[in-house]
Design a protein around this ligand. Structure first.
Ligand code: KG4
Ligand code: ZN
Length: 366
């Protein structure tokens, strides 16, 4: 089966064609970074308008690269939750139109479940070399991590819009355990980058700046890290701590560009370390609480090198299995929409009444 997957939850317009054997026939991602850069973050209305302009050319390109026509598709899948309302609607409308016009089954994709499913596309690495069972290579059937190696797991999704921890019994069976009570981790990266005069998206900019900085130079707060009763995050106070350091307590920083480069590097490195401490600390707590032996991490922040390094060290120290997607599949993409295969297998089809659910999902009682 050839499945067209569509992803427009935030600011990437993406489409891919995957088979029911999880071979990736094509993947196209049209980034909107250049449109949002001068605002230091995603502007929802600009994002949805850009999706409208790009969605058809992106789908067209995905089909062309896969060397397929619309008539050779067997299903169309679309991420309908969570995300920005206007952005979600563009992908959803495109998918429904194709399903109706081409008489194709329609499959709903949960964007957060898809971020975790992307871990299947990374062959397992053991001590810096690839193990014989899972050799490296292009994503394709031979290089998939088996479903049974990924689930059950603790799923940690850290992106621009989400920082959530789930108990994942299976690819479609997620129970929220906790999440951020204010900013998402990626959002904090983006806002602190803007405070420091670094370009959007902030995650990669902070990571680059941090490479030349001292992570111990500033001791920023690690909110909620010591509260072992909660699997929650809070990043907005950390962001304020950076602002007060840069501008002085209670003040706005009017001129971020005036900061000396070494100071920017030290703040970036110290901030990154604080975020990573919180993420790794709560991931370890979730592993302890659930008793699971596998941790899967997804979302844009999972592309951060320091975070990946610290996760690997934690997995080695505590003896659990760690799965992180390849870099290109950490940030938003449509390949991870391959999770639609699991829904197809379960016979879970959507119909034309499928709606967009912006979210966010919260843990029980919050
Ligand atoms: O998953 P994603 O592409 O979109 C959402 O669903 O939000 O995540 C985007 C977020 C942005 O906030 C970006 O700054 C962050 O991921 N990000 C990173 C890195 N690359 C992207 N954060 C830290 N380090 C990175 N290398
Ligand atoms: Zn995402």
């Amino acid at each position: 089966m050839n499945i067209l997957t569509i992803e427009t939850t935030c600011d990437e317009t993406a489409a891919a064609v995957v088979t029911d054997q999880l071979q990736v026939l094509s993947s196209v991602v049209a980034s909107q970074d250049a449109l949002h850069e001068r605002f230091g973050g995603v502007v929802p209305e600009i994002a949805s308008r850009a999706h409208v302009e790009r969605i058809l050319p992106v789908i067209d390109e995905a089909l062309r690269k896969a060397n397929l026509t619309l008539g050779q598709l067997d299903a169309v899948a679309v991420a309908n939750t969570p995300g920005l309302a206007g952005s979600l609607l563009v992908g959803l409308t495109a998918a429904k139109s194709l399903a109706l016009a081409c008489n194709l089954p329609l499959v709903a994709v949960n964007h957060l479940q898809a971020h975790i499913y992307a871990c299947r596309f990374q062959p397992k690495k053991v001590s810096g070399t690839f193990c014989a069972k899972h050799p490296p290579g292009r994503p394709g059937k031979r290089f998939l991590t088996p479903l049974s190696a990924v689930f059950p797991c603790v799923g940690l999704i850290v992106s621009g819009g989400h920082s959530n921890i789930y108990r994942c019994a299976g690819p479609l069976d997620f129970t929220p355990l906790g999440g951020t009570i204010d900013d998402a981790a990626g959002e904090a990266f983006d806002k602190v980058a803007s405070l420091l005069g670094l370009p959007y998206p902030g995650g990669p900019s902070i990571e680059r700046a941090a490479a030349g900085g001292d992570p111990a130079r500033h001791r920023f707060p690690r909110p909620l890290l010591d509260d072992r009763a909660r699997l929650d995050f809070s990043f907005s106070g950390l962001k304020t701590a950076v602002r007060y350091l840069v501008a002085g307590p209670g003040k706005l920083n009017e001129d971020p560009v005036g900061l000396p480069p070494q100071q920017v590097a030290d703040i970036a490195a110290s901030f990154q370390e604080a975020v990573v401490d919180c993420l790794v600390g709560k991931a370890e707590l979730a592993m302890e609480r659930t008793g699971f032996r596998t941790l899967c991490v997804g979302g844009g922040v999972a592309a951060n090198g320091r975070f990946r390094e610290r996760l690997e060290a934690s997995a080695a120290e505590h003896g659990y299995e760690l799965h992180v997607p390849p870099l290109a599949l950490c940030t938003d993409n449509a390949v991870m929409g391959a999770i639609a295969v699991e829904r197809l297998r379960a016979g879970e089809f959507a119909d034309l009444s499928l709606d967009a659910f912006p979210g966010p999902e919260r843990a029980a009682g919050r």
